[in-house]
Ligand binder design. Structure first.
Ligand SMILES: *Cc1c(COP(=O)(O)O)cnc(C)c1O
Length: 398
């Protein structure tokens, strides 16, 4: 072991502990669900993105098991080298229909889809214009691109501020960039609000820019059968690049880029995580096809997700909690001070509710919150139990 490295690691970790930012993942001892066994304790889990309860759905499980029997457990190689299994191809065709786009390319994760797609479609003659609250995987994907993108150069606009976006677009035209990309979360992962996509698309059309939307938290949540923000706003054919995740509402793992056939062809040839990383196990693709079957034929999980979401938000608000600007299942409960949010997380855990404190630097300083996510997997009793815990903890901490 190199002593310099070990000392550096130990110092860095101590610094995280000193700042109260040191993470220790809890151990989940049961399948994903509304009520889970975690660290030896039964808790209501409000921190999962298993929005539709598909992660442990009987039809999805059965499809994965059948695929293991048929295909084995591994894809064996990168798809263009080892061959694309028919089941991977079928998943992409199903997703393209679901998204109303010409084509879809699947990556092993949503994070990877961002780092695969963003740098592939940009050159150093181009500019990327970003919402300031975009997800970390967008930010990292943008950093890999040779284009102009920096906040210090004026290419990051204030959250959902359309005047600020227009200012960026005007500046980009004056500088004469070859291509201009606007990139935004569809649903913002820490605040649960929705990007003003119709306005963004209209500005893009006006200023000859193209739009990429990261629909990780909109997949399975917004639009027809959960097809995402373009569907929600009736913008089929007007969003150039849509990213979806297969890891959250769809309950398995993966990410995809939906768009034109030319885009797919280009990413097959220039998307580095596609070119140099092995495909999903075939059971993943089969499980995802089954998850899509459920989403397209059974409206009940999505209806329950939204019924639970409406009940939960209203109950919190009626009891004096501030759910910020949330419009989706992602429901922040505003606390403000970092230490107070972390103390609240601990107190909720003691009450049998698992909900994480989100603090600086993930969100702005002094904007700490407890992030909650009701899902189709929660029963009414689970949510009532959680609400009572929130009230008791608040009263105790007041
Ligand atoms: C979770 C998330 C991702 C990453 O998706 P994975 O499939 O989990 O890798 C990308 N973008 C946003 C906005 C996310 O919330």
């Amino acid at each position: 072991m190199n002593a310099g490295l070990q000392t550096w690691l130990s110092d860095q970790l101590q610094s995280l502990r000193d700042q109260n930012l040191y993470k220790v993942p809890k151990i989940l001892e049961s399948p994903a669900g509304g009520r889970v066994q975690m660290n030896g304790k039964e808790v209501v889990n409000l921190s999962s993105n298993n929005y539709l309860g598909l992660a442990n759905h009987p039809k999805v499980r059965a499809a994965a098991l059948a695929a293991i029997e048929k295909w084995g457990v591994g894809a064996g190689a990168v798809r263009w080298i080892g061959g694309t299994m028919a089941v991977h191809d079928e998943l992409e065709q199903r997703l393209a229909k679901f998204k109303h786009t010409e084509a879809v390319l699947v990556f092993t994760g949503g994070f990877t889809a961002n780092s695969g797609c963003i740098p592939a479609v940009l050159t150093k003659q181009d500019v990327v214009i970003s919402d300031e609250l975009n997800h970390a995987s967008i930010i990292d994907g943008v950093r890999l691109a040779p284009a102009a993108y920096k906040k210090s150069e004026g290419w990051v606009y204030a959250h959902k501020d359309m005047d600020a976006l227009e200012t960026c677009l005007k500046a980009a035209n004056e500088k004469g960039f070859a291509k201009k990309m606007i990139i935004t979360d569809g649903v913002f992962s820490m605040d649960g609000d929705i990007a003003p996509l119709p306005e963004i698309v209209a500005l893009a059309e006006q200023y000859d820019a193209f739009v990429m939307v990261d629909d990780a938290h909109a997949s399975g949540v917004l639009g027809q059968n959960g097809a995402g923000t373009a569907s929600h706003f009736g913008l089929y054919g007007r969003v150039d690049i849509q990213l979806g995740t297969l890891s959250k509402a769809l309950g398995v793992i993966g990410g995809y880029i939906a768009g034109s056939s030319l885009l797919k062809d280009w990413l097959i040839n220039r998307g580095r995580p596609y070119l140099f990383s092995t495909a999903h196990p075939p059971m993943v693709a089969a499980a995802l096809i089954a998850a899509l079957d459920v989403m397209e034929t059974d409206p009940e999980p999505m209806a329950r997700l939204w019924a639970n979401t409406r009940w939960w938000k209203k109950a919190l608000q009626e009891n004096g909690f501030d759910t910020m600007g949330s419009e989706t299942p992602i429901t922040p409960v505003y606390v403000g001070e970092e230490r107070a949010a972390q103390a609240m997380e601990k107190a909720l855990w003691d009450e049998g509710v698992y909900a994480l404190a989100i603090v600086y630097p993930t969100v702005g300083l002094g904007k700490a919150r407890i992030r909650t996510m009701p899902s189709a997997a929660h029963t009414q009793e689970d949510l009532e139990f959680a609400l009572e815990a929130f009230k008791r903890v608040r009263d105790r901490m007041a």
